[in-house]
Design a protein around this ligand. Structure first.
Ligand SMILES: C[S@@+](CC[C@H](N)C(=O)[O-])C[C@H]1O[C@@H](n2cnc3c(N)ncnc32)[C@H](O)[C@@H]1O
Length: 252
């Protein structure tokens, strides 16, 4: 679906860019994160599909960013779709990154402990593409425009951004499905597996509170992206999990 031009929003300069304490919540959940995502049907398939969206637009041999790489699942998906790419994978949680670092990677993968808000300070080369899988919901609403502008700046002109994110705002039935799945399956499972039910309670709330798809697409346009499009997944997550694709114009 192509997303049309959207109304202008005002960034909130008083709002923090990073959710306070969230890196520590991810730190606490890191030891069970991979197990819980393995139990989530479709998680890796959806990541692979998002990475393919980027690969289809880039071809081979490129520099790409994995923003909020966590324990490396999205990094693996990127390498699967772009085996020749140099990947700069960034995460704010030291423990999530420890789990990523414990996995075998080719020398073309660099794992960096940093928040997305620090992108300009990392001295990275301009990227041909970027993937942000399940990152933006974790950035407070007042900081999202800022981070999108930083990503826009970090991409080369003509570079592509793919964002995978849950959003149910304005869809009551989808919000109900999301709530039932979280409270009847995900949070109890996190409790039983000692996987930090607190993080998964936050996961539920953060999706309920996240931008509508229209609002998030509008943010992309306001940050300077063009060709903004949205694709929805199939199955029970239809209307809940979305893939946004956007491009930095060749000439700004
Ligand atoms: C839900 S996990 C997703 C991990 C990975 N992308 C995947 O698909 O499996 C979200 C990750 O974003 C990280 N994160 C949250 N806020 C961040 C920020 N402002 N900058 C960088 N990473 C952040 C968290 O530490 C966490 O590892």
């Amino acid at each position: 679906m192509n997303v049309p031009d959207a109304p202008t929003s005002r960034p909130d300069p008083a709002a923090p860019a990073t959710t306070p304490g969230l890196d520590r919540d991810f730190d606490r959940a890191a030891h069970r994160y991979d197990l819980l995502t393995r139990l989530n049907p479709g998680y890796h398939r959806h990541l692979a599909a998002a990475a393919r969206q980027l690969a289809d637009r880039l071809g081979t041999g490129h520099a790409v960013l994995d923003l909020g790489c966590g324990s490396g699942s999205s990094t693996s998906a990127l390498l699967g779709a772009l085996p020749d790419a140099t990947v700069f994978a960034i995460d704010a949680s030291a423990r999530m990154l420890d789990h990523a670092r414990a996995k075998p990677w080719p020398q073309t993968v660099r794992l960096l402990h940093a928040a997305a808000e620090q992108l300009p300070d990392l001295g990275l080369p301009r990227a041909d593409g970027a993937l942000a899988a399940y990152l933006f919901r974790n950035i407070p609403a007042g900081g999202r425009d800022h981070v999108l502008r930083l990503v826009h700046e970090q991409l080369r002109p003509g570079g592509w951004l793919v964002i995978q994110e849950y959003s149910v705002a304005g869809r009551r039935l989808r919000a109900l499905v999301w709530t039932l799945v979280c409270w009847m399956v995900v949070i109890p499972l996190a409790f039983v597996l000692r996987g930090s039910p607190r993080l998964y309670t936050y996961l539920w709330r953060s999706v309920i509170d996240f931008d509508s798809t229209e609002r998030f697409a509008a943010r992309l346009v306001e940050a300077g992206f063009i060709d903004v499009a949205r694709k929805d997944v199939r199955g029970w997550q239809r209307g809940i999990l979305h893939t946004f694709v956007a491009r930095r114009p060749v000439a700004d």
